[in-house]
Design a protein around this ligand. Structure first.
Ligand SMILES: NC(=O)c1ccc[n+]([C@@H]2O[C@H](COP(=O)([O-])OP(=O)(O)OC[C@H]3O[C@@H](n4cnc5c(N)ncnc54)[C@H](O)[C@@H]3O)[C@@H](O)[C@H]2O)c1
Length: 474
């Protein structure tokens, strides 16, 4: 395959632009976007301008971009969860290799359709399980493979979603409602099941799960809370989720900086929190301070779809009056769980427990792996990452990995770019090989998530062999 590899982007939203688009701009010799599809005109035009895409290669939908002849080698599919299956099936059919955002699809049946299409067409499918590619999890895989832990016996893995992130994505945002999106255990934890499957190195045998929507319901709304925070909420001074607190005062980002070990970030947090007028003044003189004063990152960027990107406090307040992100968290159309636990017994006898919840003080995953020779305890937080090994024989502990919060720290560390690298390398060097895992193995994480969901809803233990047999009938 000739370099740079030609690619098309379907869905020029956050992932499409900020991950894959950014990767292409930094790796011009490897990849070049030559066409884009998105119904939002400003998004496709912005992407086209950045990547030098001709106007006749800007399309309004996935149907339009995939309608004619094949335009490139890879299709990046970055639409929302319920809009993965059809573009993916058609792209594979047309002869594109596909890098598909996770989850593969929002129903089990659609996931299987995709796997079967990959097997039929022989095209390559990469699913965006980016965590595998982070330094943190790569280190853990290496430790396991070297046998440092002995035989793994048990894993306790937690996906601790920080309180504001949960509110943003799973109450006010795109993943709140099952009719519009996917079960939270799939949307948030297909990554975690993928990691467990990979770390344990065995297929799951049995799965059981419990969970529900405990807190974010109208009966828990503070007295006098209107449907929109800015409609005169009487609880505004005490409500953790008061929208201006999150999107204008950026309290969660300040908390994150305060928790960092980086002294400069701590100082900047103080400046943003206690001296905002001074910060406004100096950011006029020194433009670098604008990044802190008029923060544009997650979750604030979600306020803007098609409108002018004015990040002033007044403009944001105006948006919050009608935006879904301005709604009271107790008066939304959310119906996904806010906490769930999953128990897994693998075929090799290893047991694991996954806990997912939306009430964490910090964002990130924590895990503990107990093996016959050693215990590993890992923390994978945005505010910092570390892995400590405790050797049973010597009784000694060793810090084997540590990473501080940096400006580059994101939800997935460097995993996003590593994933694209791995996908591209498998296209260049092993034309027929699958990136890291084949589609069948990739879908296993999704099967686990769907099984957990079924167990939770029906109150039963799922026998995974029976579950797989059922799936094969699709
Ligand atoms: N791999 C990860 O770790 C990770 C992290 C976050 C999100 N995701 C997944 O990535 C996907 C995209 O998430 P996002 O936050 O970028 O969403 P987004 O809403 O920002 O982007 C989706 C884009 O698709 C466009 N779109 C809608 N209909 C379309 C159509 N018919 N044809 C073409 N484009 C269309 C939308 O206009 C939008 O710009 C989701 O499935 C999400 O779950 C994955």
């Amino acid at each position: 395959m000739n370099l740079p590899i030609k690619a098309i982007l379907i869905g020029a939203g956050r992932r499409g632009v900020q991950v894959y688009g950014r990767y292409a701009l930094k790796n011009k010799k490897k990849i070049k976007f030559i066409a884009v599809a998105d119904p939002i005109k400003t998004r496709r035009q912005k992407f086209a301008k950045l990547h030098g895409i001709a106007p006749n290669r800007c399309y309004k939908s996935w149907e339009a971009i995939l309608k004619g002849d094949k335009l490139a080698d890879i299709a990046f599919i970055c639409t929302q969860d319920q809009l993965h299956t059809e573009p993916c099936l058609l792209a594979l059919e047309k002869g594109y290799h596909v890098l598909l955002e996770k989850p593969m699809a929002h129903t089990l049946e659609d996931c299987i359709k995709i796997v079967k299409k990959v097997e039929k067409t022989g095209m390559m499918l990469g699913v965006s399980h980016v965590l595998r590619y982070t330094d943190f999890f790569s280190t853990i895989f290496r430790i396991i493979q070297k046998g440092v832990l002995g035989d793994i016996v048990n894993i306790t893995h937690r996906e601790n979603v920080m309180w504001y992130h949960y509110a943003h994505s799973y109450i006010r945002g795109p993943w709140a409602n099952l009719e519009k999106s996917s079960p939270m255990i799939l949307a948030k934890c297909c990554h975690d099941f993928d990691l467990l499957f990979y770390m344990v190195g065995s297929y799951p045998k049995k799965i059981s799960s419990f969970g529900n929507l405990l807190h974010f319901k109208p009966e828990n709304a503070p007295k006098g809370a209107p449907h929109y925070c800015l409609d005169g909420c009487l609880a505004k001074d005490n409500c953790l989720y008061y929208a201006p607190r999150i999107y204008i005062d950026i309290k969660p980002q300040i908390q994150l900086m305060e928790k960092s070990e980086n002294k400069l970030l701590k100082m900047l947090a103080k400046l943003r929190k206690n001296h905002v007028n001074f910060l406004t003044y100096i950011s006029k003189l020194i433009p670098q301070f604008k990044v802190l004063r008029y923060y544009k990152g997650f979750p604030v960027s979600y306020l803007y779809t098609d409108q002018k990107e004015d990040y002033s406090d007044g403009a944001k307040a105006k948006i919050l009056k009608t935006s879904p992100y301005g709604r009271c968290v107790y008066h939304c159309d959310n119906n996904v769980v806010d906490h769930q636990v999953v128990n897994i017994e693998f075929k090799n006898g290893v047991t694991a427990n996954l806990t997912m919840h939306g009430f964490s003080e910090r964002e990130g995953r924590t895990l503990r792996i107990d093996g016959t020779k050693a215990t590993l305890i890992g923390e994978f937080h945005i505010s910092g990452e570390k892995i400590v090994l405790y050797d049973h024989f010597s009784g000694k502990e060793k810090l084997v990995f540590k990473k501080k919060l940096t400006r580059e720290s994101g939800e997935h560390g460097v995993g996003d770019f590593e994933l694209v690298d791995a996908f591209i390398e498998s296209l260049i060097y092993k034309e027929k090989a699958q990136p890291l895992t084949n589609a069948r193995e990739t879908v296993e994480s999704h099967l686990m998530a769907f099984a957990a969901n079924e167990s939770r809803l029906k109150g039963i233990v799922i026998d995974m062999d029976e579950f797989r047999k059922r799936v094969e009938q699709f």
